[in-house]
Design a protein. Structure first.
Length: 455
């Protein structure tokens, strides 16, 4: 406790760090206040049907990502997920289209162009998702819930004044959230988009925790003892997830210590830390975005009216959904690792700096060695990541509340762990640069540098 208080004092002493933290908290406050602003023309007291619809399944997950804004018919109802989807599409295009590959290699100017393309694509996605949300809204709510527009015979249509104005507001709301995330990135702490998602998830945790406690005490039985067991298991899952996030395989590298004439004297041994999960949480986000597609195509329809493919892949508990989700995560883990870890570049950098892996020739052989090591450690990492992702489905089988079960794994837990570690690493870097002690006894926190939503 004494060290924690001293660390907080050190943070306060660093003016730049203090301003960044306060700025980030201010942006978060704006975001959370906006999540409670209901769309114009909607009666907030008549949203019970929408809230019941978004308690479980994919809609429940989407509601959690938006911090509850989805079920409140808020101006921020669609959250940041359209921007995430656009980012995924742009990154996929970078693997297949030469123009995007060229932009990726142009440095800062290319990054700015890609960001602009991502913004435009986000608007396009919102143009499709906003009408789907409005169509679901008017089908779920009673006619009197949209009281000011009752005289309009087209008030149930997305082409009415209510529909068009709501589509514009929802689109603007998501773009505003994207802008808030960029402000946090530029003037705050860490990756803004990641923090926005994390805040939305954390906002739902108290409700899920309280709901599980009530259900154990009143409905499902088990009492306080079983609730404590569930909390203990949750802590265990979190610790295992942290190990997954921070796990590395170290490759020894020899660097020349000093060179006199043509003779080399001595050397220093260092290590290249190759992460077991180099892709971070991005494979789950990629896979989750694809799993949202059936829901979007179905127009957020009531699950009772769906059939066939759409019904199966909007059922959060179905075997087909979880198996597909698991396979997609493994595939995307390899894909994202391939675009974030470049063995050829690492081998070239070592060669330029006079380094080599003992027993391996510099250049092409070194690149092949690193690639083989990454392939071997990525497989168990991707499988474990997949199991963490579908863990909520197993927990729900033993009677855990669906909202609370989402925190036992999946996107929610990995985002929370990844973003918290990354943010702590950012703060620790400021402390160490100014010769203060870090946040931990060792002074080193391994963050998730690969967990980045904004480019």
């Amino acid at each position: 406790m004494k060290k924690l208080i001293q660390t907080l004092r050190n943070i306060y002493k660093i003016e730049d760090l203090r301003k960044r933290i306060l700025y980030t908290l201010g942006i978060i406050l704006i975001y959370r206040l906006g999540a409670y602003v209901v769309l114009p023309g909607i009666d907030p007291s008549m949203l019970a049907t929408l809230q019941n619809q978004s308690k479980g399944g994919l809609l429940g997950l989407l509601n959690m990502f938006s911090g509850g804004a989805f079920s409140r018919a808020s101006i921020f109802a669609l959250g940041i997920m359209p921007y995430i989807s656009a980012s995924i599409v742009v990154q996929l295009l970078g693997m297949a289209i030469p123009y995007f590959q060229k932009l990726q290699k142009e440095g800062e100017s290319g990054r700015k162009k890609l960001n602009q393309i991502t913004r435009y694509l986000t608007v396009v996605i919102l143009i499709f998702q906003s009408p789907a949300y409005i169509a679901n809204l008017v089908s779920q709510l009673p006619a009197e819930a949209i009281a000011p527009f009752n005289p309009n015979i087209l008030h149930h249509s997305i082409f009415s004044f209510f529909g068009i104005s709501s589509i514009l507001i929802l689109t603007s709301g998501s773009m505003f959230i994207m802008w808030l995330g960029e402000r946090i990135t530029d003037k705050g702490i860490g990756n803004g988009i990641s923090i926005i998602i994390m805040v939305g998830i954390i906002a739902r945790l108290p409700f899920a925790l309280f709901g599980e406690l009530v259900s154990r005490m009143e409905q499902k039985g088990g009492g306080l003892v079983l609730f404590v067991v569930e909390i203990a298991f949750l802590v265990f899952v979190i610790l295992v997830t942290i190990l997954l996030v921070q796990g590395t395989r170290r490759i020894p590298v020899q660097y020349a210590k000093r060179i006199v004439g043509n003779k080399q004297y001595g050397g220093v041994r260092q290590y290249i830390p190759l992460k077991v999960n180099a892709a971070g949480v991005m494979p789950i986000i990629f896979a989750q975005a694809i799993m949202f597609l059936p829901l979007t195509l179905a127009g957020f329809a009531n699950s009772e009216t769906l059939s066939g493919f759409a019904r199966v892949f909007t059922d959060f508990n179905s075997l087909a959904y979880n198996l597909t989700f698991f396979i997609l995560i493994i595939l995307f883990t390899y894909f994202y690792t391939a675009i974030t870890v470049n063995p050829n570049q690492m081998a070239e950098d070592m060669k330029k700096n006079g380094g080599f892996i003992p027993g391996v020739k510099p250049g092409k052989k070194t690149a092949e060695f690193i690639d083989n090591v990454m392939s071997r450690i990525t497989l168990p990492g991707s499988i474990f990541l997949g199991f963490v992702a579908i863990m909520p489905a197993f927990v729900r089988l033993v009677g855990v509340n669906q909202q609370f079960a989402q925190f036992y794994g999946g996107t929610s837990l990995l985002i929370l762990v990844g973003v918290v570690l990354d943010t702590l690493q950012q703060i620790e870097s400021h402390l160490l640069m100014r010769h203060y002690d870090g946040l931990t006894k060792s002074g080193r926190i391994k963050g998730r540098s690969s967990f980045s939503m904004s480019r």
